[in-house]
Design a protein around this ligand. Structure first.
Ligand SMILES: CC(C)(COP(=O)(O)OP(=O)(O)OC[C@H]1O[C@@H](n2cnc3c(N)ncnc32)[C@H](O)[C@@H]1OP(=O)(O)O)[C@@H](O)C(=O)NCCC(=O)NCCS
Length: 183
C-alpha cells in the first residue's frame, strides 16, 4: 500500500526516511535479503535461498505497493536501504481476517539506532487504519534483541512453537509467539 513518508532522527543524529517500498529498490532489496539472512541466524531464509531475479523482484514490489492490505516499509538512510518491515493479513476467511502478521529486519550496521522502534510504531498505526484488530509475530526463542524490541513496543508473549526451526547445523529452535492488541 501507499502511505506518507515519515522522517525520523536516529540515535547517532542521522536522518532516516520510512516510506513504501517500491520497484526502484528491487536491486537493493535482493542484496538486502541475501546479506541480512547471512548476518543473523534469526531470519527464515539462508542466503542461498534468495533466488529472485531483478524483474521478478520489481513485479513483487509493484504488486505489494498496489495491495491495500500489505504494508512494505523501507527504512532509507543516506539514500540506501537500511531495512524493511512488512505487515500482511493472515487470511481472508471471516474468522481470521481481523489478524495481521509482522516481520522486520535491518542490516547489522543499523541495529540499535532506534529504527526498529520507529518502524513498528508506524506500521502499527497503519495496521490500525487498515482495520486489523491484532498484530501477530513469531520470533526465534534465542533472539533476545528482537524480543526486547517487541516487548518495548507492546507485544505480549502468547505461546511457544516447539522445534519450529531446523538449522543447517542440525540444531532445532523453538519460536515464541507474540501479539499486539490494536483495538
Ligand atoms: C531486531 C531488530 C529489528 C531491532 O531493531 P533496532 O532498530 O536494532 O531496535 P531499536 O534500536 O529500536 O531498539 C529497540 C530495543 O531493543 C533493545 N535492544 C537493542 N539492541 C539490543 C541488544 N543488542 N541486545 C538486547 N536488546 C537490545 C532495547 O530494549 C531497545 O530499546 P531502547 O532503544 O529503549 O534501549 C534488528 O536488530 C534486526 O534487524 N535484527 C536482525 C533481524 C531480526 O532478528 N529480525 C527479527 C526477526 S523476528
Amino acid at each position: 500500500m501507499r502511505f506518507e513518508e515519515r522522517e525520523i532522527v536516529l540515535k547517532d543524529g542521522r536522518k532516516c526516511i520510512l516510506k513504501p517500498n517500491s520497484p526502484e529498490y528491487a536491486e537493493a532489496m535482493i542484496e538486502y535479503l541475501t546479506k541480512t539472512s547471512g548476518e543473523t541466524e534469526f531470519l527464515l531464509r539462508y542466503p542461498d535461498e534468495v533466488n529472485y531475479t531483478l524483474e521478478n523482484e520489481q513485479e513483487i514490489l509493484q504488486r505489494l505497493l498496489e495491495d491495500p492490505y500489505v504494508i512494505m516499509m523501507a527504512a532509507i538512510v543516506d539514500g540506501k536501504v537500511a531495512g524493511n518491515g512488512s505487515v500482511s493479513g493472515i487470511g481472508d476467511k471471516r474468522k481470521i481476517r481481523h489478524r495481521c502478521s509482522m516481520a522486520i529486519a535491518l542490516y547489522e550496521e543499523y541495529w540499535g539506532l532506534g529504527i526498529g522502534t520507529a518502524m513498528i510504531g508506524y506500521m502499527t498505526e497503519l495496521a490500525r487504519e487498515i482495520g486489523w484488530h491484532q498484530m501477530d509475530l513469531e520470533v526465534v526463542a534465542e533472539n533476545e534483541q528482537a524480543q526486547a524490541l517487541y516487548k518495548k513496543c507492546g507485544f505480549i508473549e502468547s505461546g511457544r512453537r516447539h522445534n519450529a526451526l531446523l538449522f543447517d547445523d542440525g540444531t532445532y529452535h523453538d519460536e515464541i509467539l507474540m501479539y499486539k492488541d490494536l483495538k
